[in-house]
Design a protein around this ligand. Structure first.
Ligand code: C5P
Length: 227
């Protein structure tokens, strides 16, 4: 049964304020995107990759793609549109598993990838890598004062990959788009259908490269994982 990997990589990465989208910034010896694809490939060498790229992308090079079976699709205005474009482009069966992974998470480990895959396989509502919050959580007012403290024991950070059945994911995302709800991960769309994806505790170092400081941190993480 085929496994589909969707990697949304059509963002501009504006918070990074760099000369190019963050997935093309150098991280150790190669761009962020090359690391991310290599990690996915070592866990799932037989998977079929769908890479969402901006039509005006000047930085992408196919040499960075280690997969034998892969295709490029156009990105959309929002992340969810990019993922929907990917789902529209493939000839998947309803029950095929689709894993979605941010291009900006190059430090994901093989063991987390396999744990997520197994959880997505055995939970009907799908699964996502996640991490319990460690800090005390504050509810802020519009002016930036601390209104109250949220109980944190039931709060988790949502990471990627997230994995769902093709049909369920397609329905969840197209419903969200029709409602006009802006979602920042696939699990949100699935929750809106009344389903409850499984949280799979993942490693803390599955960092999303977002701000300028994150590149040095990602380099340190990759180096420490190799030793
Ligand atoms: O900006 P942020 O880090 O939240 O983006 C998450 C992921 O979604 C990134 O991998 C980014 O490239 C991707 N994305 C996309 N299409 C968009 C916006 C973001 O593929 N329109």
């Amino acid at each position: 049964k085929p496994l589909w990997l969707v990697v949304p990589a059509a963002g501009q990465g504006r918070r990074m304020a760099a000369d190019r989208p963050k997935q093309y910034l150098p991280l150790l010896d190669r761009p962020v995107l090359a690391h991310t694809l290599e990690r996915l490939h070592s866990a799932f060498p037989q998977a079929r990759l769908i890479l969402c790229l901006d039509d005006d992308d000047r930085w992408f090079t196919p040499e960075w793609v280690p997969f034998a079976q892969w295709q490029r699709v156009s990105g959309g205005a929002e992340r969810m549109d990019s993922v929907l474009n990917a789902l529209n482009a493939i000839d998947a069966q309803d029950n095929d598993l689709v894993l979605i992974h941010d291009v900006a998470r190059p430090c994901v480990t093989q063991s987390d990838l396999l744990a997520l895959y197994q959880a997505a396989e055995c939970h009907a509502a799908g699964a996502l890598l996640a991490m319990p919050v460690a800090d005390t959580m504050k509810r802020a007012s519009a002016s930036g004062t601390s209104l109250h403290t949220e109980p944190r024991d039931a709060l988790w950070h949502a990471l990627t990959p997230q994995g769902f059945r093709y049909r369920q994911l397609y329905r969840a995302l197209s419903d969200a788009r029709q409602r006009g709800t802006l979602i920042t991960d696939e699990a949100s769309a699935v929750e809106a259908l009344g389903d409850a994806p499984q949280l799979v505790p993942g490693r803390r170092d599955n960092l999303k490269v977002t701000h300028p400081d994150d590149l040095a941190l990602a380099a340190a993480i990759l180096t420490s994982q190799l030793t």
